[in-house]
Design a protein around this ligand. Structure first.
Ligand code: ACO
Length: 333
């Protein structure tokens, strides 16, 4: 498969660390030094469907296609506006498609799981063109009284069109089952027959340091496996796109591979952790900044609740768009 179109949808509302200082016992300095985040986008009146639909329409236009050309819509999300109908179905309505549509849930690794699923459909001949969206509004899952977690996340959606091609060089996905270090209970409902399922704590719960340790060690292992499967060394990779969860995790990975920092772009300072939307949103920025050139090699890596994780190596095929945006803050100066 190869990526032939890309789009994004981001909320209008920017929330800075200084704004969080007004509602939480925290500081810009603490958040920046522990996470690298300065601000994030948070959904207010809009719903997540709108962001995902806008991202999808832009990706289709970028690929020169219409909704009727798409054979499968996949949405990686943990936070669809509805439990059902799924978000993918709502997107088919927006883009004018009637093809199969399904959501998949692998938390922050969801976009990579989506790439793998799309690739399987393309290889099996079940689809010729797949629309894959990573869309999350973790701000709506967060416990806004928990300063250790709510400061980390932002909302957004990124979409890609995937068509047959030789872009995917390798993919490695894995799971280390754990419902202790990062979890959120579903709503218990009000069944009179349900016993012992009420949950006191709202929002997601995270043992930050355990997740941190998992992230750095698993991300390193996944990248090494994906490179080995592609029969490549890190020195042959042009861009390393890491899940934007924490700039200290990103720095650690750079050090472990001794990667040239100019190959590891990051937008976490403006986005926060957007979960399954994180990698496509970063990809969108690189593409629109004219940094991606046809023939370049990309390594992608993500991790999240599950604990799921994965990495892949792919070749970029698209020319840069005609109008470029500045990219001064995507790489270290
Ligand atoms: N502002 C000020 N102080 C804070 C804040 C805050 N926002 N949050 C926590 N603190 C305090 C704590 O209360 C604690 O105080 P104490 O020492 O008096 O008890 C102190 O800071 C240290 O807290 P820790 O939780 O130990 O801080 P740590 O250095 O581990 O940083 C962090 C926390 C940033 C969450 C880090 O552990 C991390 O980034 N982990 C990885 C998280 C991650 O990547 N998640 C991605 C997956 S999310 C998903 O898949 C949905």
């Amino acid at each position: 498969m190869k990526i032939t179109g890309i789009g994004r949808g981001i909320p209008d509302q920017v929330v800075t660390n200084h704004q969080l200082e007004q509602i939480l016992d925290t500081s810009d300095d603490w958040i920046k030094s522990r996470t690298g985040i300065s601000e994030r986008r948070i959904l207010t009146e809009q719903n997540l469907n709108e962001l995902a639909s806008n991202a999808s329409a832009e990706a289709l236009a970028d690929a020169g296609l219409s909704g009727a050309d798409i054979d499968l819509v996949l949405v990686a999300t943990t936070m669809a506006d509805y439990i059902f109908p799924n978000m993918a179905s709502m997107i088919t309505r927006h883009i004018g498609a009637n093809c199969p549509a399904m959501d998949l849930h692998a938390a922050c690794t969801g976009f990579l799981y989506g790439l793998q699923t799309a690739n399987a459909y393309l290889k099996a001949g079940l689809a010729r063109r797949v629309l894959l969206v990573g869309a999350e509004a973790i701000s709506r899952l967060s416990d806004w009284n928990d300063r250790g977690t709510c400061i980390l996340f932002g909302d957004g959606a990124g979409a890609v069109v995937l068509e047959e091609g030789d872009g995917l060089k390798s993919m490695h996905l894995s799971t280390q089952a754990d419902d202790r270090v990062l979890f959120m209970h579903s709503q218990p409902g009000n069944s009179p027959y349900t016993k012992g399922h009420s949950h006191d704590k709202p929002g997601l719960t995270m043992e930050g340091q355990d997740v941190f340790r998992f992230a750095v060690s698993q991300c390193e292992k996944d990248l090494r496996t994906a490179l080995e499967l592609a029969d490549m060394g890190m020195e042959e990779v042009d861009w390393v796109l890491l899940h934007q969860a924490n700039s200290r995790i990103i720095e650690t990975i750079k050090r472990r591979f001794n990667i040239d920092p100019k190959k590891v772009p990051s937008n976490i300072h403006r986005t926060g952790n957007t979960s399954a939307a994180s990698i496509p949103l970063l990809l969108w920025e690189l593409y629109h900044a004219g940094m991606l050139k046809p023939g370049q090699t990309l390594a992608l890596s993500a991790f999240g609740a599950g604990l799921t994780s994965g990495a892949c190596v792919m070749t970029w095929h698209k020319d840069a768009p005609k109008t470029l945006i500045p990219a001064d803050d995507l790489l270290p100066q």
